[in-house]
Design a protein around this ligand. Structure first.
Ligand code: FES
Ligand code: FES
Length: 154
């Protein structure tokens, strides 16, 4: 057990946790932010995705030690009221079905748009390849990412 300090959704945060505890469990079990979901635990489904220093990463694959001093953003921190362009685009395109993968999908898209504000279809396919949706919402996800990018451009 040790104390680990990082920034979480814009606020300084300290947790007492084993050094090798995955960030996903820190967020869900210690902090109580349950937006990031457990899917595979192996870094291949994307449902646990958060931003670490602006980059989309699977939180099941990072230990709390590895995010010491970093800025972590979860779906809960994307906006206070669901007004982030991606969240609005997701609603406009009626993207979710069961919803389980969607927080991870949106955070993956947030990482993509931070790196490439006007992504092509190929950019979206490449960036979102690690995000599995068992409900098959991929076409709507792509449309929503384009919509959010368009809104940012306007
Ligand atoms: S639970 Fe982390 S990538 Fe699947
Ligand atoms: S909306 Fe059901 S898994 Fe993606």
């Amino acid at each position: 057990m040790a104390r680990h300090a990082f920034t979480l959704n814009g606020q300084p945060r300290e947790v007492e946790a084993p050094d090798d505890m995955p960030l996903l469990w820190v967020l869900r079990d210690l902090v109580g932010l349950t937006g990031a979901k457990y899917g595979c635990g192996e870094g291949v489904c994307g449902s646990c995705t958060v931003l670490v220093d602006g980059a989309a990463v699977p939180s099941c694959q990072l230990s709390v030690t590895e995010v010491r001093g970093s800025a972590v953003t979860t779906i809960e921190g994307l906006s206070a009221d669901g007004s982030h362009p991606l969240q609005r685009a997701w609603m406009a395109e009626d993207v979710p079905q069961c919803g389980y993968c969607q927080a991870g999908q949106i955070m993956g898209a947030a990482g993509l748009l931070a790196a490439k504000p006007q992504p092509t279809d190929a950019d979206i396919d490449a960036a979102m390849a690690g995000h599995v949706c068992r409900c098959g919402t991929y076409v709507r996800i792509r449309a929503a990412i384009h919509r959010a990018a368009q809104e940012a451009r306007a």
